[in-house]
Design a protein around this ligand. Sequence first.
Ligand SMILES: [Zn+2]
Ligand SMILES: [Zn+2]
Length: 278
Amino acid sequence: MRAVVLDADGRPRLAELPEPETPLEVLACGLCGSDVEKLGRAPAGTVLGHEVVARAADGRRLALVHHRPCGECGRCRAGHETTCERFSAPTIVPGGFAERVETAEGVELVDALDDARSTMVEPLACVLRGAERVPRGRVLVIGNGFVGRLFGAVLARRGDDVFAADADPARAGRAPDGPVDAAVVCARGAGADALEAVQPGGTVLVFADAGELPAELVYRRELTVVGSRSATPESMRAAAALLPDFDVPEPTVLPLARFEEGLELFVRRQVLKVVFVP
Ligand SMILES: [Zn+2]
Ligand SMILES: [Zn+2]
């Protein structure tokens, strides 16, 4: 079968891989910022892609669960399932940018959602889980790309007053007119900006590699800094239920054979979201 495989330099190349033993047909797979970060770093032979929609043998369409916490250890019980020792083992093999994957657990999708939009179950699940750690009120989202916009939509839906900043003026949303109650870091290196933006006693959710944080501000302003990463099977189910009624940015859909072109569009910030279909 065909798949996008990283070569010795960590660059993506279309290649032939052996068929999975118990295959599921991949219908679509979204490109995530975390996939892009692995380019040039992940070992040769890696197949990226974790925002996968596949067809089960019985015809049902599934959003695949890409990691499974044990559900029983102390971290799982404390709500930090993504730090469970079992979580890091990938459950989508070899990866979503392929024609087929090994049979894996998934969340069932409704017909109203097409394949490309259905890949957004996974990023929406990450955002729903992260939003639980954001107090309600005036919230600034820093980094207004695809994930930042999902965040803004989730927060607005629950009644927050949402603002959005981005280093790219073309992407910035409504600027805050004063200190906010909470900030969400969706852009690399934006942690310090987030700490500056919140009022004393405020909360910063770190949802991306936020860079250096001035701890003195945390101390003097009595700020709360929390982190959230990835999704759980539970948040995937919640996202699958919510997504049909949810306004999401229109994805750019390309065949897997045009992976490098789609990657360029995404990296150059010409599109918000790219989804590949085999
Ligand atoms: Zn992702
Ligand atoms: Zn666990």
